[in-house]
Structure formats: structure tokens, C-alpha cells
Design a protein around this ligand. Structure first.
Ligand code: ZN
Ligand code: ZN
Ligand code: ZN
Length: 350
């Protein structure tokens, strides 16, 4: 905090809070704040969270629904001693809670807490890596179940439900997300599984993530319901090579941009550059998307212990899309893939 010129960190419910305290309440309209000054801290807690918040040590200022948080917040800020010059707040703090804070600190400037928290969270310790490995195994079970559920006449939603059920059965604390796309829907990178029915001869994209111990997984695989077209096979081959080149470029000391460029070059050389419409990957941890963002302008150096995805894709509008995604732990010698699933397209008999 001192190095970044920050006098107060104010965190609402979310992954930063969970990272620091091992616990976070559900985010709702009730103001919950952990206030961290350089030498002391305080909690502003709604009455109904008071018991659960007891796991977080330190003075707490509890308020009732009927009275509202203003006076508890005022007392909590006063207990910290000095009026902060610069306050760093959770990036995803609710606007009404930020406004409440700003009202009581009219002379302070505000910044996002990710400036402080992202560097702390980027390199995972052994216990975090163990949760990430477990979460990856759960996601693998989700992909396998989804592919088993694929047959003509079954909807994307039904396939997604099969993945969800399998992940819960395999120990998911929560299902982080499930994305099943079929046929031309595979060309929509962030498609939401819908009522569309799978048809023979079509590609299917399955992208799932589960949370275990708070930590997330994220993996994408492709299948084909029957023999794939030669154009599909060609695009898969390009995306696979892009993924391999990105993995080769991912070394401690290389930059996030190096990894993105390695993948993008393969896709551009194959003539599909305009159809790779997103970054190559993102950090993975307590959040599904967290730093480092693996894009062409990110000069951030990669370090051993970082965990991120490599997920090049080619999306041909109205036709089909292909994305292959691995989440990796960056080791001293290079990336270690978390998923145990083969990456080849699964050819299903319709
Ligand atoms: Zn995503
Ligand atoms: Zn994904
Ligand atoms: Zn991803």
C-alpha cells in the first residue's frame, strides 16, 4: 500500500475478499466492507452476516436492515484514525456502496484495488495449485459427460445440464459456467447454451468451468456429431497449431503479448486472422477471468506459478467456430497443462 501511495483498501464481497480472508459473503444490496488501513483494519457488517463474518478477525461495526449502514460506516472509518488520501476499492464494488463511501470521504481520491491485489494473486502457492488441479479434474468430468449426452435432437441446454450434473457429482462447489454451442452457434465465442437441437454432421463446442475450494477451472473441447467436413478439420488443425505455438512461447520471462502473438501468427498465416476475434487467454484462479490478460498489448512478464488459459479460436460467421482451450500452470521450464483430456476432436456416432 505504501509503495502504491494507497492509504485505505476497501473490499466488498468477492474474490479479493476471499483471497485475503478465506471467506466472502454473497454480494447483495447490503453494504459489507473490509476496510484495511496501513496499521489496522475494520469490518462493516450487516447484522445477518455478523456470525459468518466472525471468522474474519478484527473490530466489526454491525448495522440492522432498518437503520442502514451509514453510521456503522462512519464509525468504522473513524476507528482507522487518519482520513485517507487515496482509497483503493474492489473493482466490482457496487456503485451504491462506492457512493456511500465517497459521501463520507469527500476529500479522498479513489482507485481500483486490483492494482494491489492482482500482483498478490497472480502467482499461486502450492495449496492454490492443488485446488486448481482438483477444479480441472471436475471440469474434465463435465466435458466427458457433455460429449456423452450429444446426439441428434438433444438441445444445447440438455447437453449443458449433463455437464453441470457431472461436475456437481464430481465435487464442484459451484458450477462456474457451462457453454454448449452446436452448428453455426459455435461461431459465437461467448454463446449461451440455448434451445437449439443438435443435428448430425455438425460441430459441437463445450466450454466448462467448476469451482473447488474457491478456485476455478476452464477448458474447451470440440466434437463432431458424425464425420466432420474437411473445412472443419482444416480449421481445427490451424487452431491446434496456434495453441501449441502459444504453449511454446509461454516461458517465465516472456510476456503475455509474446504468447498472444505466437498463437495469432499461426492463425493469420493460415488466412483466418480476422476470425480470431478475442485475446489468446486470461489468468485463472479465484476468478474465471483475472490477470494476466493474454493479449497483444500486454507487456507484463510471465512468472513461474502463474496460471492462465491459452484458447485460440477461429469463428466463421454463419458457418462454424473452433476454439481449443487449455489452462496451464507456468513452471520454471514451461507450461503444465491442467486438463487430462485429449485435445483431438471427438467424433461421435449420431
Ligand atoms: Zn470467457
Ligand atoms: Zn473457457
Ligand atoms: Zn477461458
Amino acid at each position: 500500500m505504501a509503495r502504491l501511495g494507497c492509504d485505505l483498501v476497501a473490499l466488498g464481497p468477492g474474490d479479493d475478499l476471499r483471497y485475503l480472508c478465506g471467506w466472502s459473503p454473497v454480494a447483495d444490496e447490503r453494504l459489507f466492507l473490509l476496510l484495511v488501513a496501513t496499521d489496522r483494519h475494520a469490518l462493516v457488517v450487516p447484522r445477518l452476516n455478523a456470525d459468518a463474518a466472525a471468522t474474519v478477525p478484527g473490530p466489526r461495526f454491525v448495522y440492522d436492515d432498518a437503520e442502514g449502514p451509514a453510521s456503522a460506516l462512519r464509525q468504522a472509518l473513524a476507528s482507522l484514525g487518519t482520513v485517507p488520501g487515496c482509497v483503493a476499492v474492489s473493482d466490482d464494488l457496487r456503485a451504491d456502496h462506492l457512493l456511500a463511501l465517497q459521501q463520507q470521504l469527500p476529500g479522498s481520491s479513489f482507485d481500483v484495488a486490483s492494482r494491489l491485489l492482482a500482483p498478490l494473486r497472480a502467482c499461486k502457492d502450492p495449496s492454490e495449485l492443488e485446488w486448481l488441479r482438483r477444479a480441472a479434474r471436475v471440469a474434465d468430468a463435465g466435458v466427458v459427460a457433455a460429449l456423452e449426452a450429444c446426439r441428434p435432437g438433444v438441445s444445447e441446454i440438455q447437453v449443458a445440464e449433463a455437464a453441470r450434473a457431472a461436475m456437481v457429482a464430481s465435487g464442484a462447489e459451484t458450477v462456474a459456467f457451462v457453454l454448449v454451442a452446436s452448428g453455426p452457434n459455435t461461431a459465437l465465442p461467448h454463446h449461451h447454451s440455448g434451445p437449439r437441437l443438435l443435428q448430425a454432421g455438425e460441430p459441437v463446442l463445450v466450454d466448462v468451468g467448476a469451482r473447488v475450494g474457491g478456485y476455478c477451472s476452464d477448458v474447451t473441447r470440440m466434437a463432431s456429431l458424425g464425420q466432420p467436413s474437411s473445412r472443419f478439420v482444416q480449421v481445427v488443425e490451424v487452431v491446434e497449431r496456434a495453441l501449441q505455438e502459444a504453449l511454446r512461447a509461454a516461458r517465465p520471462g516472456s510476456t503475455a503479448a509474446d504468447v498472444d502473438r505466437a498463437a495469432r501468427r499461426v492463425i493469420e498465416d493460415a488466412g483466418f486472422g480476422p476470425y480470431f476475434s478475442h485475446r489468446t487467454g486470461h489468468g485463472l484462479g479465484l476468478s474465471v477471468h483475472e490477470p494476466p490478460s493474454v493479449h497483444a498489448q500486454n507487456a507484463q512478464q510471465l512468472e513461474a506459478g502463474m496460471v492462465f488459459t491459452v484458447e485460440p479460436g477461429v469463428y466463421l460467421p454463419g458457418e462454424f467456430g473452433v476454439r481449443l482451450e487449455e489452462a496451464v500452470i507456468l513452471g520454471p521450464a514451461g507450461p503444465q497443462i491442467l486438463s487430462g483430456l485429449p485435445r483431438q476432436v471427438t467424433v461421435l456416432t449420431p
